[in-house]
Unconditional design. Sequence first.
Length: 543
Amino acid sequence: MSGVLNLVSAGPGFADMIVPRAEAALRDSDVIVAYELYLRWVSPWLDGKEIHTPPLTQERERALLAIDKARSGAKVALISSGDIGIYAMAALAFEEMREDDTYSVNVIPGITSANACASLLGSPLSHDFATLSLSDLLCPWEWIEHRARHIAQADLACVLYNVQSAGRQEGVYRILNLMLQSKAPHTLCGVVKNAYRPGQEIAIHRLDALPALQFDMLTTIVIGNRFTQRKRDWIFTPRGYNDWTTDVAELANAADGADGTVMPLAAEQPASDAVWVFSGTGDGNLLAAAVAAQGAPVVVSTATEYGGSLALQDCPGVSVWAGRQGVEARRQALQRSRARVLLDATHPFATVISAQLMALSVELGIPYLRYERPSALTPVAPKGVELCDSMAQAAASAVMRGKRIFLATGSKDLATFLQAPGAAQCDWFARVSAEPEFMQRALDLGIARSHLCAMQGPFSQEFNQALWRDWQIDCVVTKDAGDAGGYSAKLAAAQALGIHLIVVKRPALAYPLAVDNFDAALQQLALWTADGGMARQAEVQAQ
């Protein structure tokens, strides 16, 4: 007698979410093969069945067992959660199947994790979307990043599976940062844990808030596209027929209510034919003021509204474009305003924005100049100072050397320290800018409110000494931000207190043209704006 192999989808976890055809296949089967957890969902239809439950890690063994039973003439149900044909057991069964097998096969579809999570959030997948597993057990990590990059560049809504496990902590944050390189930071997202199972949790966030969160293997992340909107407690993506040329910045209001905060974008159209100065630092603002003093129209772009308010104070008469923009919004603003020069005066560690600006310079034919504040490091590190090549190296050293560790590295890299091996044995203190999202990121990572200094730097030696003495700090981690970033004051304070100082060296980027002083920057700008030199330089950089 020829057997039957039923490939049965059990859905997200409730019996009433299992399709009738799956129920009929289970009733008709003599043998059940499944991970033991799945049997709870199908228990009403298991009486009198021969049941086999190889453990979770033995997927191939389960498939082989089901096939052997079907070859012997039995009616077998191989069960998987979600849809058995999507990131699940059906593919293994087909891999192990032989061309000369005679048993019949029935593939019974089910409700996927993407479907289930989308229904709990509203309707975020109503237009084109992609799914991406972040597990590199069966797929090289390089492929995962490559696919994520293209999903983001296409601005597809997407669903991230296998988000985070005990052995894969950092991958999801790398993927989210890739998304932020091309998707607008205010893109609405859903985070769903235990969809349609006990312990279900649902939350809506902006894309730029996700890197501060912690996830696990029971979490699915749904990322919208530029048109995804919020209504009441739901998010949805319109089906189509939109104005696909709409500036991303004009859609920012759709993010109102996510996380309880909104990062407003610039309300006014940036000045035309201007030198764009990308700042957010005190010396960047001073340079923008110097450019404006020469009579050129200037737009100062900052990542936050607070940075924009400082730019308005420091640079009278300039146009300010404030808010955390995505690359698409930046591209359109530069094109529409006919930007003349991209003057990159961002922080030495703002490598993502610098890389974006260099790429946009080539793409749009706009000359690019990097102002890089001088480093304060000496060829030989002073006694008590340790230089590290990366944040991860600094985190490992800090855990070994200190018990009460002060982080003067900013909010972006806090997770690298707080999630380092051995970090739980240390008391962590941090200084972050007084932006609600930055403070919340620190709190979400577990830094106590009493260990948080939310103030705008740089700070004097005396302030640093008083703070570190009162907090009994024994190790400080900072960046090579130069004297403009307060490095010398931190060094002097650490030496006065006998505190070990760890300094993360600057990342190396291949800038097409860079200067380290205002005079050189102003001279270069004057060359570009005289006699068509700017256009010729843009052609050289594009080549």
